[in-house]
Write a protein that binds this ligand. Structure first.
Ligand SMILES: NC(=O)c1ccc[n+]([C@@H]2O[C@H](COP(=O)([O-])OP(=O)(O)OC[C@H]3O[C@@H](n4cnc5c(N)ncnc54)[C@H](O)[C@@H]3O)[C@@H](O)[C@H]2O)c1
Length: 304
C-alpha cells in the first residue's frame, strides 16, 4: 500500500517546512526524490541536510536549487530530474512565502511577489510536468502522473491581512481543477491540499500561539509531518481514481471540501427579461432579511 518504488517525485520549496516532510515521506514510500528550493546559502544548506536525512535511512534524493517561479530554473529542475532519475511521476508544488499587509497598505511589489511565487510558481512547474507527460503519452509510452498543489484556506475564507496570498491560493485551485479535467484522459490526477502546520511561515505570525508545540508533550496537531502522509497517499497508485479534489489537512484530520454550490437560483418573476433593481430587493429578501449577518468564515487570525 502506497508503494512508490521506482517513481520520481519533485517537490518545490522542500528544504524546510511542509515540503521537507513531504520529501521524506515520498522517500520512505520508496520514491526517488528531487528537493527544490531557492538558490540561497541557507536554503542550499537546508536542502542538503534533507538529502542527507533521506540517504541516512537508505532513500534516494538530490537537491536542485532554483526559483520555482522562474521558467529557466523550472526547465532546469525538470531536466536535472530526468538526467538524474530518467523520469518524472509526481510534481508537488509547495514553495512560497508571505508578505502580509491589509489591502489598503499593500504595495504593488508585495502583491506581485506573492502572486508570482505561489501562482506562477505552480504554473511553470505544472506546465513542464504536464507537457512532459503528454509528450510521453503521445509517443505511446506508459505515463504515471500525479500533480499535487498547495493552496490554503485563505483562498476560500479570504484573509484580511493577506489579500495577495489569498488571491494566489484561489488561483491555484482554479488552475489545478482545470488540469484535473484536461489530464483525466491520460490517467493523470491533480489534487489540492490546504494544510495547517507550524513552520517558518507560520511561526512568526498571529497563528504562532495557536500552532505552538504543546508543553505537556501531547500530540502536536500542527506538526508539519502530519500533512505529509496525505500527500504520500495522493501520489500513490491506490489514489489513482482521486482527482480534482481539495482537502484541508492537519493534525489527525483530513477534510474533503465540497464543490461550491448554489443555495437557490431565483428567477425573475416578470419572466424572461432583465432584472429591475427593485425586483431584486424583494426577490432576495428571504436570504438577506433582518436576521442576516455576513459570514467571514470564522477566522480571527490569518488562515495560512
Ligand atoms: N504552514 C501552514 O500552516 C500553511 C497553511 C496553508 C498553506 N501553506 C502552504 O504550504 C506551503 C509550504 O509552506 P510552509 O509552511 O512549509 O513554509 P516554509 O516557509 O517552512 O517553507 C517554504 C519553502 O519554500 C521555499 N521557497 C520560497 N520561495 C521559493 C522560490 N521562489 N523557489 C523555491 N523555493 C522557495 C523556502 O525557502 C522554504 O524552504 C506554502 O505554499 C504555503 O503557502 C502552509
Amino acid at each position: 500500500m502506497g508503494d512508490l518504488t521506482g517513481k520520481v517525485a519533485v517537490i518545490t520549496g522542500a528544504a524546510r517546512g511542509l515540503g521537507r516532510e513531504e520529501a521524506i515521506q515520498f522517500a520512505r514510500q520508496g520514491a526517488r526524490v528531487v528537493i527544490n528550493d531557492i538558490d540561497r546559502q541557507d536554503a542550499e544548506e537546508a536542502a542538503q541536510s534533507a538529502v542527507e536525512e533521506i540517504k541516512n535511512f537508505g532513500g534516494e534524493a538530490i537537491a536542485v536549487l532554483g526559483d520555482c517561479a522562474n521558467s529557466t530554473d523550472a526547465d532546469n529542475l525538470l531536466q536535472s530530474t530526468l538526467d538524474a532519475y530518467g523520469d518524472l511521476n509526481i510534481m508537488v508544488n509547495n514553495a512560497g512565502f508571505c508578505r502580509d499587509k491589509t489591502i489598503f497598505g499593500m504595495s504593488d511589489d508585495e502583491f506581485d511577489s506573492v502572486v508570482h511565487v505561489h501562482l506562477r510558481g505552480h504554473f511553470v512547474n505544472m506546465r513542464n510536468a504536464t507537457a512532459y507527460w503528454r509528450n510521453k503519452a503521445k509517443a505511446g509510452e506508459a505515463v504515471y502522473g500525479r500533480l499535487i498543489s498547495t493552496s490554503s484556506e485563505a483562498a476560500i475564507y479570504g484573509s484580511a491581512g493577506q489579500p495577495n496570498y489569498a488571491a494566489a491560493k484561489a488561483g491555484i485551485i482554479a488552475m489545478a481543477m482545470g488540469a484535473a479535467q484536461l489530464l483525466d484522459k491520460y490517467g493523470i490526477t491533480s489534487n489540492v491540499i490546504m494544510p495547517r502546520a507550524l513552520t517558518d511561515m507560520t511561526a512568526g505570525g498571529q497563528t504562532a500561539e495557536m500552532f505552538a508545540v504543546p508543553e505537556d508533550g501531547s500530540f502536536h496537531m500542527f506538526d508539519p509531518g502530519n500533512v505529509a502522509p496525505l500527500v504520500g497517499y495522493l501520489a500513490s497508485p491506490e489514489a489513482g481514481r482521486i482527482s480534482g479534489e481539495v482537502m484541508v489537512v492537519w493534525g489527525n484530520e483530513v477534510s474533503i471540501l465540497e464543490r461550491p454550490k448554489s443555495l437557490e437560483a431565483i428567477v425573475n418573476p416578470r419572466g424572461a427579461q432583465k432584472w429591475q433593481v427593485e425586483d431584486l430587493h424583494s426577490a432576495l429578501a428571504s436570504h438577506y432579511d433582518d436576521n442576516y449577518v455576513p459570514v467571514w468564515g470564522g477566522y480571527s487570525v490569518p488562515p495560512y
